[in-house]
Design a protein around this ligand. Structure first.
Ligand SMILES: Nc1ncnc2c1ncn2[C@@H]1O[C@H](COP(=O)(O)OP(=O)(O)OP(=O)(O)O)[C@@H](O)[C@H]1O
Length: 244
């Protein structure tokens, strides 16, 4: 990115309408903030937006660039600029051992095997987890598997990491440990969640509702507004509704 006015994350007028059903409409997210949150209720379109941002799905309308890369079109360059950590590590992991799993993305990026092996060893060592290299993934806890996914993403040296509800299903101590690890990461994080509490200390927040922008701005304004609305809805009974 040589243009000083460019945004690291540059999503403009994003629309996604599979089978004619509008899932996302007219979403803008242009930001150089280091800690970005995306909040919304279940089914509001957060995961779809995350997948579009990572280039895993091509939007039907709009433009997506991350660090200047058209992430849906240039998949190899995309691996070097943006990584995604999914809610369930078992949807991400495909190899039987930790070192094979971390090496996979590096090989996809074009690193020769020996170099990939060195980066895997360095990554594990930087987390104090060198002893995990040969560990069988199926013997790890869910929190440990989530950390393997995070190490796999970080090994690829992206500029942005998307976290899609990474604490779902984790107990409190594991969440706190993973949260601490994430807080220490010196990269841009885009954290997708329905829980405003996990975005304490974040810079900027996009609130989406039924696929549209409800509010975007500094976290200190958007999060209380989101919490108030959720409390209002919670006082009612839209759980009864069968539509949507
Ligand atoms: N390819 C698709 N075809 C049809 N519908 C889709 C498609 N992708 C997403 N949707 C629908 O769009 C809506 C938003 O889904 P999405 O998973 O993005 O929401 P979310 O905010 O992440 O929800 P949750 O918090 O429950 O995970 C859902 O109703 C989903 O079924």
């Amino acid at each position: 990115m040589t243009d000083p006015s460019a945004h690291l994350i540059d999503m403009q007028a994003i629309g996604f309408t599979p089978e004619g059903k509008p899932v996302l409409a007219d979403i803008d997210l242009r930001s150089n903030a280091r800690r970005i949150g995306v909040v919304g209720r279940n089914g509001s379109g957060k995961t779809t937006l995350a997948r579009i941002m990572a280039g895993l799905i091509d939007a039907d309308q709009g433009k997506v660039r991350v660090a200047g890369v058209d992430v849906a079109k240039d998949r190899k360059a995309a691996l070097g600029v943006i990584g995604i950590l999914f809610q369930n590590p078992d949807h991400q992991i495909i190899f039987p051992t930790v070192e094979e799993e971390i090496a996979f993305g590096l090989l996809q990026q074009g690193h020769p095997k020996e170099e990939a092996g060195r980066i895997v060893a360095d990554t594990l060592s930087s987390f104090g987890k060198s002893h995990w290299a040969k560990a069988a993934i199926h013997q790890l806890s869910q929190g440990q598997r989530q950390l393997v996914c995070l190490m796999s993403v970080l090994a690829m040296r992206p500029k942005v990491i998307i976290l899609d509800e990474p604490f779902a299903g984790l107990d409190i101590p594991t969440t706190l440990q993973l949260q601490r690890t994430l807080d220490a990461i010196d990269l841009t994080l885009v954290h997708i969640t329905h829980d405003p509490a996990v975005l304490a200390g974040y810079d900027e927040v996009l609130w989406i509702d039924q696929g549209r922008t409800e509010m975007i701005g500094v976290a200190a304004q958007v999060l209380p507004a989101f919490q108030d609305r959720m409390n209002q809805i919670g006082a009612g009974d839209d759980l009864s509704d069968l539509t949507g």
